[in-house]
Design a protein around this ligand. Structure first.
Ligand code: HEM
Length: 189
């Protein structure tokens, strides 16, 4: 008798575990990551290099980075931070620009949830990258107003790639919120 009660109890326990596992899988589909929302892992031809393939998410982020760098480079309020980059460009040397584009894109891929190890960020920490004492390419310590201007310029870069507050406010808000998570490390004056 005792044995059959124990077997019944075990069966009930097993059933309830199965049931809760099933109901979990039907009720909670994980929310897509920001990386998935900007294009995800679908492979497409890289328009900058048609013999290679690139994930759609990375292409979106790289396009936004490249547009934003041009907006930032034309922003007089931010010029003092980029003396090395500007000197190189003045001498027709684009190696620093390419490195910045790659590293910034890697950073955004990693931060938005890319799992592709070829896109992992391997640059400096945000604190070190934005301190002239540890990064000689950084012309000055950033303040809060200049940080906000920089993020606004990325907003312009996003809009140049078709992502605007009027057509995708949630995506703009979520990307800006992600950028703002770096503010405490980057603003050092
Ligand atoms: C909004 C968030 C920001 C992110 C996610 C970001 C990210 C990065 C990354 C990934 C790098 C490359 C680091 C490396 O190669 O090791 C970098 C470099 C740099 N960042 Fe930022 N940054 C942000 C804001 C700012 C702001 C607000 C300023 C100035 C006001 C700034 C100025 C610079 C400069 C001058 C460099 C070096 C550029 C060069 O290579 O010549 N960044 N940043």
């Amino acid at each position: 008798m005792k044995k059959s009660i124990a077997v019944t109890a075990l069966c009930l326990l097993a059933l309830s575990l199965v049931f809760s596992a099933c109901s979990d899988s039907t009720t909670s589909t994980p929310a897509p990551t920001l990386y998935e929302r900007v294009g995800g892992t679908t492979m497409i031809t890289d328009p900058s290099n048609p013999s290679t393939m690139i994930e759609k998410g990375r292409l979106t982020l790289r396009s936004v980075v490249d547009s934003s760098i041009l907006v930032i480079a034309a922003d007089a309020q931010l010029a003092k931070y980029f003396p090395v980059l500007f000197a190189e460009l003045g001498a027709s040397n684009t190696s620093g620009l390419s490195a910045l584009s790659k590293n910034f894109t890697d950073f955004l891929c990693s931060a938005t949830g890319s799992k592709n190890t070829a896109y992992s960020y391997t640059g400096k920490s945000m604190k070190d990258a934005h301190n002239p004492a540890s990064n000689s390419r950084m012309g000055a310590l950033a303040d809060s107003a200049d940080f906000d201007k920089f993020v606004g310029d990325i907003g312009v870069g996003l809009a140049q790639n078709g992502v605007t507050v009027s057509n995708n406010k949630q995506l703009v808000d979520d990307l800006v919120a992600l950028l703002n998570t770096t503010k405490a490390d980057i603003v050092q004056r």
